[in-house]
Design a protein around this ligand. Structure first.
Ligand code: AMP
Ligand code: MG
Length: 424
């Protein structure tokens, strides 16, 4: 990974600045992260099945036509358009073509053949009449409807022509893409190597699953939400466990992570009032900036580089972790992984309940998008919006996006909503 321009990380305040560099808007923070990252250079050749969820390193150009030959779109009879007359008219039935078993002869004037869906159109024919419109006694067929030249024939190359770009570089491959590539006979594909992301939680209060929960302790949940969100992106994860609030342990963890991973994620210990050694340690090992972002939840975010690895220091509160991940880390990981930029899917819907908010920060409230009894799309909030209430994320299926200057909304107001379904 190329080195960052560190001038970006030590912004000097100036009276000409319209924003304090440590107090960014959501959009500014997202843009800065975007501008400082570029895709990893490693790629790999993988089999088609392995390629699911991976990012294409090169565009795929079709080596052949799809469909490969003219074929019937219907079960019926294939004929020459020169024989079409006003209905009714009759033709001699001289053979049959099945999908995979073409008719070998040449169909002459006044003749037709029985043909099945997907079967190759025989030489001499260019039109198919569906069987429901035909009366047949095996030898002769009589057609009872008007026929248009070329009807019910799927032409060679109609879907994809030889040399067409079917999938662009930067595309994350979907199940449909695998089928499309298979239809072209492509068995192997070049993708970006999956990112390696190391993550750990910090905090003396944190207890691992299966351990006895002592006085003043809580279970570590952040590593599980992070594991889940990273897995959605087809990432190789390195779970480094819980790191105690201790200088030496943190140093070892960061050095190890920087050696093993493309990206390091930590949670906790970046808010104001935390032990300063976290910041000292990051300053000692790398170049990391601490940003205050005008958002709720998840105001503090540390971002920078340790060794060759990118570093994101997420807040500790469980909802803040998820919001900062989805809004900043996930787009960054997609970019590093080689994926092309896409705009988030945002829809405007009426909110069923009133929303409480103070002006000043952009809020990502948790919402439930649903259809009401009249079939109209609506959203409601999940209730209490504290940044520690992880249940609000579990109940939600979308973020309700509330602009900085919004100071609350009455029930029925239109709000912007970002569905979780569009986040992956
Ligand atoms: P911090 O940012 O370290 O001050 O943590 C903020 C809040 O999040 C505190 O209430 C922590 O106990 C809680 N917290 C931090 N890390 C975790 C974690 N991994 N799982 C659950 N809660 C956490
Ligand atoms: Mg802590």
């Amino acid at each position: 990974m190329e080195k960052l321009n560190m001038a970006e990380f030590t912004p000097q305040p100036s009276c000409a600045d319209d924003v304090d560099h440590n107090n960014l808007t959501v959009e500014q923070a997202r843009q800065r992260i975007h501008d400082l990252l570029s895709p990893i250079s490693s790629w790999q050749k993988v089999s088609l099945r392995q390629a699911l969820g991976q990012v294409l390193h090169q565009s795929v150009v079709s080596p052949r036509q799809v469909p490969p030959y003219n074929n019937s779109a219907m079960d019926g009879y294939a004929l020459q358009s020169a024989d079409i007359k006003n209905a009714p008219f009759s033709l001699n039935n001289v053979g049959v073509a099945f999908a995979g078993k073409p008719y070998q002869g040449h169909v002459e004037a006044g003749q037709c053949i029985r043909i099945m869906t997907g079967a190759k159109i025989p030489d001499g024919c260019d039109t198919v009449v569906m069987q429901e419109q035909v009366e047949s006694d095996n030898q002769t067929i009589t057609i009872h409807t008007d026929v248009k030249a070329g009807q019910n024939v799927r032409l060679a190359g109609e879907d994809i022509d030889c040399g067409d770009t079917v999938l662009p570089a930067g595309r994350r491959l979907t199940p449909a893409d695998l089928g499309l590539l298979a239809s072209l006979g492509i068995a192997e594909i070049v993708t970006y190597r999956p990112l390696r992301v190391a993550f750990f939680s910090t905090g003396d209060e944190l207890c691992g699953l299966g351990e006895h929960l002592g006085d003043g302790q809580i279970y570590d949940s952040n590593r599980y939400t992070l594991y889940g969100m990273l897995s959605e992106l087809n990432i190789d994860v390195i779970d480094m466990g819980v790191i105690p609030d201790n200088r030496a342990a943190l140093k070892i963890a960061l050095e190890q992570a920087a050696a093993d991973a493309d990206v390091i994620l930590s949670s906790g210990g970046v808010s104001v009032g935390d032990a300063d050694y976290v910041k000292d340690m990051l300053a000692e090992l790398g170049q990391v900036n601490f940003w205050k972002i005008a958002m709720r939840p998840g105001r503090p975010l540390a971002f920078g580089q340790i060794g060759e690895a990118m570093f994101f220091g997420l807040p500790g509160n469980p909802v803040s972790v998820m919001v900062t991940f989805y809004q900043f880390v996930q787009p960054a990981l997609k970019r590093l992984a080689g994926e092309s930029d896409t705009l988030p899917i945002i829809i405007e819907v009426p909110c069923d309940n009133a929303i409480k908010k103070r002006a000043g920060r952009f809020e990502f409230q948790r919402g439930i998008l649903f259809r009401n009894n009249e079939g109209q799309l609506r959203v409601s909030t999940t209730g209490a919006q504290g940044s520690g209430i992880l249940r609000s994320m579990s109940m939600a299926n979308c973020f309700i996006l509330l602009e900085e200057n919004c100071d609350g909304l009455s029930a029925g107001s239109l709000v912007n909503v970002q569905p979780f379904a569009g986040l992956v």
